[in-house]
Design a protein around this ligand. Structure first.
Ligand code: NDP
Length: 248
């Protein structure tokens, strides 16, 4: 098997669309990028094509981050091929909204499994490699709702608040090994996830954003790229808020 070396290697989970696609495109300026997806193979191919068009290198892999076994198998495969992983961006995430009184048990379990356990699964699967390298940058995607709550999102807000605790504990555990672990907490960003919000609610949200607009995936990607870079080498265990001032 061909082993690819001499370049930074980035893994972006959920890189097929939305914020993940934008992060993958941004990181492809300085790294070879491996994106992952669960169902939308065509969207993943689109991301790869865009990266190639801009002169970067990228590969797409399909697996479910909520499955411990699939996550282990994926990282074994890519570490055998690429030799190392420098940046892990835990971006894959879902929402299954509903008021507590109506929320089904599966909606709670599924969101916690993908968003929180999925982040743990990926960190666990890559930790040994990053420790051996003596180098790694892990960026987890949380959310503003972890800090301010949101009606109809107890499952999602809990998963994203869990990511904050996970980030800080992992940052302490890995600090002596040359690995930083940080989180980015976006506010409301224009992606498929937010197109589902009814217009009336969108207007209400907008009135709470001092900068007067929803964020763009690029606004998040730029901060992720900074945290992954050596310019952020003395930053670990932090949450960077990217929300137009919605939460200060
Ligand atoms: P999208 O719904 O646009 O994209 C979600 C991505 O996650 C897709 O690539 C999807 O793959 C992948 N994915 C979903 N489930 C799984 C799974 N089980 N295993 C592997 N991959 C999976 O989301 P956004 O771009 O809007 O959000 C990206 C991240 O940012 C999420 O963690 C989200 O919670 C967070 N966030 C988003 C905000 C927003 O306003 N949009 C605000 C705050 C945080 P596929 O294409 O195959 O379905």
């Amino acid at each position: 098997m061909e082993v690819i070396v001499n370049s930074k290697i980035a893994v972006v989970t959920g890189g097929s669309r939305g914020i993940g696609r934008c992060i993958a495109l941004r990181l492809s300026k300085e790294a070879k990028v491996i994106i992952t997806y669960i169902k939308r193979g065509e969207a993943a191919e689109e991301t790869i094509k865009e990266i190639h068009k801009k002169g970067g290198e990228a590969w797409a892999y399909q697996f479910d981050v909520s499955s411990f076994k699939q996550t282990q198998d994926f990282f074994k495969k890519i570490i055998a091929k690429f030799g190392r992983v420098d940046y892990l961006i835990n971006n894959a995430g879902i929402a299954r909204d509903g008021l507590i009184l109506r929320m089904k048990e599966e909606a709670w379990d599924e969101v916690l499994a993908v968003n929180l356990k999925g982040t743990f699964n990926c960190i666990k699967a890559v930790a040994g490699t990053m420790i051996r390298q003596g180098y790694g940058r892990i960026v987890n995607i949380s959310s503003v709702v972890a800090f301010i709550g949101n009606i109809g999102q107890v499952n999602y807000a809990s998963s994203k608040a869990g990511i904050v605790g996970l980030t800080k504990a992992a940052a302490r555990e890995f600090a002596a090994k040359g690995i930083t672990v940080n989180a980015v907490a976006p506010g409301f960003i224009e992606t498929e996830m937010t197109t589902k919000i009814p217009d009336k609610i969108k207007e209400q949200i907008l009135s709470q954003i001092p900068l007067g607009r929803f964020g763009k995936p690029e606004d998040v990607a730029e901060v992720v790229a900074f945290l992954a870079s050596d310019r952020a080498r003395y930053i670990t265990g932090q949450v960077i808020h990217v929300n137009g001032g919605m939460y200060m």
